[in-house]
Design a protein around this ligand. Structure first.
Ligand code: NDP
Length: 276
């Protein structure tokens, strides 16, 4: 895998993000260190963590011992629901940076809108402050629906670069993605493999064998050709390598359409109205 195999996507603030990264949700600190080390070895230069995952220290250790320059790896972390609010977000950011061992973060996200708390606008203002201070390069959100984005755009100054949401073949979120496109907010897909549950889907197994690839590779390729940033998670070194080996084949328009037809509005994760 050559280092420039993964394309970069330009964000609305002029920065760029590698279109494919490694997710580390539900991975403990030591295992995160091992997975990130395996991913860097396989050519990944983008890692998605969060304060909530309790593995920022392991991610930081893997980067520090990799010998790869800090600026050559793109790292995202996120502020958790119980830290929302202006001051507590600033403190939470400081704790994340201490655990990661970084001076500057690439991307900081609000993990969930947590609408019942009604704090996401104040929280976002803290992200704007961190960006002004140069402590984070880009800021964005996660799990925001159209009405959350509309309110944020109306009440704050900096357009989020990314909305990280669940997208997988059974939940394609067309309306939300289209809204993001019109506002230059890139969609990033979490649980892109539906937590592994999509891998037996017959339409996908047929397409995958036609290309001589695994279903995971086929689905990751579909995300990439859909213009999404994608962050599949694995702790298994062979799968980590497999999931980035997706640049040697291409899906036709008909194949893309047959995957589009699998959309059933079925989530594997939580609904944003129910979290926080
Ligand atoms: P994924 O859809 O990435 O699926 C991960 C599962 O698929 C694991 O069980 C993994 O197994 C398995 N898997 C991975 N690659 C392969 C392969 N090639 N062949 C067979 N099985 C495979 O699920 P996640 O929920 O982890 O989502 C990815 C990332 O998105 C998270 O890690 C996190 O960074 C982010 N996320 C963000 C959320 C948010 O609210 N913002 C919510 C949820 C996720 P194994 O590890 O055992 O190899």
């Amino acid at each position: 895998m050559t280092l420039d195999a993964v394309p970069r996507i330009r964000l609305n603030d002029g920065n760029t993000i590698p279109q494919l990264g490694l997710g580390v949700y539900k991975v403990d600190d030591d295992e995160a260190e091992r997975s990130v080390a395996a991913a860097l070895q396989a050519g990944y230069r983008h890692i998605d963590t969060a304060e909530y995952y309790a593995n920022e220290a392991g991610v930081g250790r893997a980067l520090a011992s990799s010998g790869i320059a800090r600026d050559d790896v793109y790292v995202t972390t996120k502020v958790w629901n119980d830290q929302q609010g202006f001051d507590s977000t600033l403190s939470s950011f400081d704790r994340s940076m201490t655990k990661l061992g970084f001076d500057v973060l690439d991307l900081y996200l609000i993990h969930w809108p947590a609408p019942r708390q009604d704090l996401y606008v104040d929280t976002y203002r803290a992200l704007e402050r961190l960006r002004e201070e140069g402590r984070v390069r880009s800021i964005g959100v996660s799990n925001f629906q159209v009405h959350h984005l509309e309110r944020l755009l109306g009440e704050t100054d900096v357009v989020p670069v990314i909305n990280q949401i669940e997208v997988q073949p059974w939940l394609q979120q067309r309306e939300l993605r289209d809204f993001g496109d019109t506002r230059h907010i890139v969609t990033e897909a979490w649980s892109p493999l539906a937590r592994g549950r999509i891998l037996d889907e017959p339409v996908l197994t047929t397409l995958a064998s036609a290309h001589g690839v695994s279903v995971a590779q086929l689905v990751i390729r579909w995300h990439l050709q859909s213009g999404l940033v994608v962050i599949p998670k694995s702790v298994t070194p062979s799968r980590i390598a497999e999931n980035i080996d997706v640049f040697g084949f291409e899906l036709s328009a008909d194949e893309m359409a047959s995957i589009a037809a699998l959309d059933a509005g079925e989530r594997v994760g939580s609904h944003p109205d129910e979290v926080g």
